[in-house]
Design a protein around this ligand. Structure first.
Ligand SMILES: [Ca+2]
Length: 521
């Protein structure tokens, strides 16, 4: 039925029937109800709220319990969803690790961002503002803990030159493949980890140290009542799929009838769930939970890890609805729905309605302007995102209606995609024809309607051309320490003649990846 089609240039809420089927309780975000709920409450940006932004690397849309996942237990994340807002159409900035982090940190979409390749250490430019640098003039303490991916050591992209007081973890994504690195990096200095030499075995599991450092940062600034921005781009459950046998989460999954990497992956998600729970308990203990906005998301679409004959989309069903079986097309690395869908939650007790669900159509570039608005930071010029505050807090509290994107734009590795209303247009290769899908009737993107809608295709092609500006990356002053970090993945950090861990045996690696799930940056 074309009579109900969304006209180009218009946006209506995505009528995602699948989400409606699985929904138990929805608080409609109609302005009337929101006005009642927030009656008498005024949003004040001068309260200097803390912001905790947690990202789980690779977590698929349908994997957490709050989105219907059945194989992995996520009680703390489910509680976060029950106490906050769950988004059903808030997409990643890109379909792979580094480019999506760049969009998140800078508020730009991937046609304007500086990092559009996923090599692992490609840097931000020296002059690029980030969420952290935006908050510094307001007196915020800024800490990052996990996997940076926006610039290797000695580049213009290091986090301590982009507003972070401290960043502890991995700068390069290849370094982050091992949970037993010989060292982690703190503000570009090496912090040795006892008993480790890369790979999948060692004495010191990196994620425990990273989480402990994040907790210490939150505790310190929560006690001092210093407003803080805690960015927690945690590496799990990205591979290597390693977690100590002694971790409580492993006990839950060690005897499941899945391949070991799938069991390890589930336990890694369970560990992240537990760590998120510890953050929430800490905020409560410090008495700052009512003054802290917490967000939680994946970083890119699910990778369909651990496929089998019985589960061709993977044991944990990242892009296949666990109850209905309806699938999202594509996966990590692609620009169909499955490559860009991420679980996304926002919680702020007393401000965001508990148990609410939003179908608002947005993506990672929206996070920066949202944080700018809630903190009262000077709005950055030249960002592509739109603040989510009217959706999060209600239009009355925000004092305005939710601004809507005319369209969303993505590009990666010669692929291009546009989402406008319920349309998704995808050009899967540089010179391929555009494909067109109507997600209202075809959520799995199985029926290409491009031939029937030449005017829409022409419009989307023009939007794509307008949205693309050639990427201008940052630079390295020297690369030896960056290359050392990459070799640390396999314990060859002290051997400058050793090959880059991603360089050799690409063919064998690709085969292994297909069998076990992507281990690429
Ligand atoms: Ca990722």
């Amino acid at each position: 039925m074309v009579s109900t089609r969304v006209a180009v240039g218009e946006i209506k809420p995505h009528p995602d029937k699948i989400e409606r089927m699985m929904r138990i309780t929805v608080i409609s975000m109609s302005s009337a109800l929101v006005a009642m709920f927030f009656s008498g409450m005024a949003f004040a940006a001068d309260a200097s709220p803390n912001v905790v932004c947690i990202v789980a690397d690779e977590l698929g849309y349908y994997e957490p319990g709050f989105n219907g996942g059945r194989t992995i237990q996520t009680p703390n994340l489910d509680r976060l969803a029950a106490e906050g807002m769950r988004f059903t159409n808030l997409f990643a900035g890109s379909s792979v690790c580094a480019p999506t982090r760049c969009c998140l940190m800078t508020g730009k979409h991937s046609g304007h961002s500086s990092i559009r390749v996923n090599g692992g250490g490609t840097p931000l430019r020296a002059d690029e503002p980030t969420i952290a640098s935006m908050l510094k003039p307001l007196g915020y303490a800024t800490g990052g803990f996990g996997k940076w991916g926006c610039g290797g050591r000695d580049s213009t992209g290091v986090p301590e030159k982009h507003g972070f007081d401290v960043f502890f973890g991995y700068y390069d994504q290849v370094h982050a493949h091992t949970y037993y690195p010989p060292y982690l990096v703190r503000n570009s200095d090496e912090i040795p980890l006892a008993g480790n030499n890369g790979g999948s075995k060692g004495q010191t599991y990196s994620q425990y140290l990273i989480h402990d450092a994040a907790m210490k940062f939150i505790r310190e600034h929560g006690q001092k009542k210093t407003p803080f921005f805690a960015y927690l781009p945690y590496t799990p459950p990205h591979g290597n799929f390693d977690i100590p046998d002694s971790d409580p989460a492993w006990a839950i999954y060690k005897d499941k009838p899945w391949p070991e990497p799938a069991r390890r992956y589930a336990a890694m998600v369970g560990m992240v769930d537990r760590q998120v729970g510890e953050v929430l308990v800490l905020l409560k203990e410090l008495g700052i939970e009512q003054n802290t906005l917490v967000t939680f998301s994946g970083d890119n679409g699910g990778a369909d890890y651990f496929p089998s004959a019985e589960h061709p989309r993977g044991v944990h069903s990242a892009n296949k609805h666990p109850q209905t079986g309806v699938e999202y097309r594509g996966h990590k690395g692609q620009l169909y729905e499955g490559g860009l869908r991420v679980p996304f939650l926002a919680c702020w007790p007393g401000k965001i309605a508990a148990g609410s669900v939003s179908e608002h159509l947005g993506y990672f570039p929206d996070v920066l302007p949202t944080i700018a608005e809630v903190t009262g930071a000077k709005a950055l010029a030249d960002v592509d995102g739109l603040s989510l505050v009217p959706t999060l807090l209600g239009e009355k509290a925000a004092g305005r209606s939710q601004p809507q994107h005319v369209f969303l734009y993505w590009e990666i590795s010669g692929q291009t995609a546009i989402r406008q209303g319920t349309w998704r247009a995808v050009r899967p290769k540089p010179n391929a024809k555009w494909e067109l899908y109507d997600l209202a009737t075809d959520p799995s993107e199985s029926k290409d309607l491009a031939v029937a809608h030449p005017n829409l295709i022409a419009n989307f092609d023009a939007l794509a051309t307008k949205s693309h500006v050639p990427a201008v990356e940052g630079t390295f002053a020297r690369t030896d320490r960056h290359e050392r970090d990459r070799r640390a993945k396999v314990g060859q950090h002290d051997n400058p003649n050793a090959p880059d861990p991603l360089a050799p045996n690409k063919k064998a690696k690709a085969k292994k990846t297909a069998e076990k799930g992507s281990k690429q940056p």
